[in-house]
Design a protein around this ligand. Structure first.
Ligand SMILES: Nc1ncnc2c1ncn2[C@@H]1O[C@H](COP(=O)(O)OP(=O)(O)OP(=O)(O)O)[C@@H](O)[C@H]1O
Length: 524
């Protein structure tokens, strides 16, 4: 695929002047730059210069590099590793000109993005480091440009098409590398969302298999586009990131991942800045384009149109498209028909709602990864209680784990109820006596009819008493009403059952836990 610097504007004003024996920067020896030391005579910068006063230039270059190292480290800590790697890592320190420092970026798109998103912050940080510097100029680098480094001999020329040019002697935090120009479309991929960390079960095994297939062999016939759909928080984004991570791991292919919302904002931004051609070229130069939450484009006709053309251009060129949405293509009413048709003509894979078993497996995997022991009863309780959304389930478990770590207390059912009080309340619902009877029968493996039968064997009578106890606890039914539902028993029988279960719970903790678990399940 076309690489590198084709996208650099040829007519870009080239500001990297070469110092040709004029005044070299003076008075810069060590420590921070005093404001007065960076005056007009720094106009030459440090790029490719041949200095009469080699030591001074070296010192100034070194200080600039150090200042840049601190700024880059600061930016990294502010925006986070992933964002830094995506947008800022490719910046190369250019020359200083008067009160202006130049930072070089490999493409115009990236320059515009960094300027709009981080320009002000970069200016502030430079100004804090070197008060005399008042402006940060962002420029597109050109083939042959030399990044500013401490000495001229060490400045490596930038070679078009070369994937990585390392600048020697750069201090650790500054990664002055020029990467493939297309990489500026690579949105942050969450490193936690891998195939390995995705728990596979019946509801998602087909989507998982399709995602794996695309990651192994992009653009395979029948798998392009791959359309993943399913309810909120069921793992669509996770699978897309996993595909992206797998494909980019060895730098095999370029992947652009973004939400449909971001796609729209970028498109609008490109229209505003009159750079739609660059935007389109950027998009159409990737090997794999992944658009998340496509339903966002419903009603956004212009963006849909743009996406449709991009889609066609990429598929026609044999590139892979992966799209996710909350509904199948045919159910996405509000999307243009021709787009829906095209979206549906590759592989459409749905992720079904989770089953109890899958939720337990996900919780087990996440609890194990956390290193905090979480009792099986707590996992079961959570899996019963939070049924709709893996994100919420995960959030609840994370909160429990954080709580356990913070206070050094073990995770118990009681603690769970306390810590997750608000989440659990949101999942509360009314319980019926029939549900109680069903759950209790399932739990002790007896027939449902035994709830109202006359059998008095303990294996049947004890669960029946528990069901009566729970009916009293969880419903607003009176004792006679409860009695009637249990084979027309007398209200005194119900009263006796409640007392008996209460006593047993006090004496027998295992029994008490069983009853508590049932209660919490029923409340879910
Ligand atoms: N099968 C799974 N195994 C492990 N983690 C999962 C699984 N399914 C979902 N998750 C986790 O649940 C969270 C939500 O998943 P994700 O963001 O992928 O959902 P989504 O389907 O894209 O949701 P949305 O509709 O909101 O975009 C993530 O943290 C993800 O890692």
């Amino acid at each position: 695929m076309a690489a590198g610097f084709d996208e650099v504007e040829p007519d870009m004003e080239h500001r990297l002047t070469t110092f040709e024996g004029g005044a070299a920067p003076r008075g810069i020896a060590s420590g921070a730059f005093p404001a007065s030391d960076l005056g007009e005579d720094m106009t030459a910068g440090f790029s490719g210069q041949v200095s009469d006063d080699h030591d001074v230039a070296h010192a100034a270059g070194g200080l600039l590099t150090e200042a840049w190292a601190r700024i880059a480290a600061r930016m990294k800590s502010e925006v986070g590793e992933v964002e830094y790697r995506t947008w800022l890592q490719q910046i190369v320190l250019g020359p200083v000109d008067g009160d202006e420092v130049t930072l070089l970026l490999p493409t115009r798109f990236l320059r515009d993005w960094v300027r709009s998103q981080y320009g002000d912050r970069l200016s502030t940080l430079w100004n804090q480091e070197i008060p005399a510097l008042r402006r940060v100029e962002l420029q597109v680098m050109r083939p042959g440009d030399r990044p500013a480094v401490a000495t001229t001999e060490q400045a490596a020329p930038i070679v078009p098409g070369r994937r990585v040019v390392d600048v020697p002697e750069a201090p650790a935090p500054v990664v002055e590398r020029v990467q493939d120009a297309r990489s500026d479309l690579v949105a942050p991929l969450d490193p936690r969302f891998t195939f390995d960390s995705f728990v596979v079960g019946k509801p998602n095994e087909f989507a998982y298999a399709c995602a794996r297939r695309v990651a192994e062999k992009p653009s395979s016939p029948g798998f392009n586009p791959l359309f993943l759909y399913g309810g909120v928080g069921l793992g669509k984004t996770h699978l897309m990131h996993a595909i992206g991570s797998e494909l980019t791991r060895e730098g095999r292919v370029s992947v652009a991942y973004m939400s449909a919302e971001k796609f729209m904002y970028r498109f609008i931004g490109a229209i505003r800045s009159q750079s739609t051609i660059e935007f389109k070229e950027q998009l159409r130069s990737v090997d794999v384009l992944m658009i998340d939450d496509l339903q966002f484009l419903i009603g956004k006709d212009n963006t849909q149109e743009e996406f449709f053309h991009t889609f066609n251009a990429l598929v026609d060129a044999g590139r892979q498209i992966v799209v996710s949405a909350d509904k199948s293509p045919s159910d996405l009413s509000g999307l243009e028909d021709r787009l829906r048709t095209r979206l549906g003509c590759g592989m459409v894979a749905d992720i079904h709602a989770t089953t109890f078993e899958l939720r337990i497996s996900i919780l087990e995997a996440k609890a194990t990864a956390s290193g905090v022991p979480v009792p099986a009863k707590v996992l079961e309780f959570l899996a019963h209680k939070i049924t709709t959304n893996v994100r919420e389930l995960e959030g609840a478990l994370n909160r429990l784990i954080a709580h356990a770590n913070l206070f050094g207390r073990p995770v118990t059912l009681e603690a769970t109820q306390e810590v997750l009080h608000d989440i659990l309340k949101a999942h509360d619902r009314r319980v019926t006596i029939e549900e109680i009877q069903r759950k209790v029968s399932e739990h002790w493996n007896i027939r449902l009819t035994d709830m109202s039968s006359a059998r008095r064997a303990r294996a049947v009578a004890r669960p029946r008493q528990v069901a009566m106890y729970l009916a009293k606890q969880l419903t607003s039914r009176s004792l006679p009403e409860i009695g009637r539902k249990f084979g027309n028993r007398d209200h005194t029988t119900v009263m006796h059952a409640v007392q008996r279960v209460t006593e047993l719970m006090e004496r027998d903790t295992a029994f008490a836990e069983d009853v508590e678990l049932l209660r919490r399940m029923l409340e879910s």
